[in-house]
Design a protein around this ligand. Sequence first.
Ligand code: SAM
Length: 244
Amino acid sequence: MLKFDILTIFPNMFTGPLNESILKRAQDKGLINIDINDIRSFAQNKHNNVDDSPYGGGAGMVMKPEPIFRAVEDVKSKEGKVIFLSPQGKTFDQKLAKELAKEDHLILLCGRYEGVDERVRKEVVDEEISIGDYVLTGGELSAMVVIDAVARMIPGVLGTHQSAIEDSFYHGILDYPHYTRPRKYRDLEVPEVLLSGNHQKIDAWRKKEALKRTLLRRPDLLDEVELTIDEKELLNEIKEEMEN
Ligand code: SAM
């Protein structure tokens, strides 16, 4: 069971997204456990202040170190890994989601304002993760993104493990196109091969479409991924078709 401890000053932000659908079922089944901890309750000052103005002057406020140190010490376990959600961190991707899914205890620290006092970063944070090259108002949405992506990598969380394996990025390339009923909608037809019942042909079509998509939308991914001989041949075929 993977335990998530979220450290935030806005605990109410999490109640909706974490208590619906797959994440709710994963908690009910005991596959993950999520605790939301209010940093403010560790403030121990008259007005429960968690932020203060920056030394050296300048705009914005900074999250104070003491409540965060105390909150981390309160939830920390021997195997606990403290992750600070930060635009300055390592960019989150499927590979990192898979790695984090093997951990026992993740402590997700959500920043606000200008971020946290640098001493927090230096002393209590094990890893910084960014969810992309843009700046959000706080780390809460980032923590939810990380929890969602990590949780679905845990066997049993998704209905069929197969669906995670076929998703985009799992094998380093994008997913193939999906179709469902009706067979014809407003003159738009489902590709014939998917109705053929021939699973070999269907698999070959899907593999080719996935490679084609990756080549057209994210050619950078093909530089990283190790393709089989068959896949390399397929890719050459696609390139030739595109040239003609
Ligand atoms: N001054 C900070 C900087 O430039 O690095 C940005 C602070 S931001 C307004 C407030 C908080 O939002 C951050 O401490 C972080 O927890 C969260 N945050 C913002 N952008 C993020 C991103 N791309 N990924 C993860 N967390 C982010």
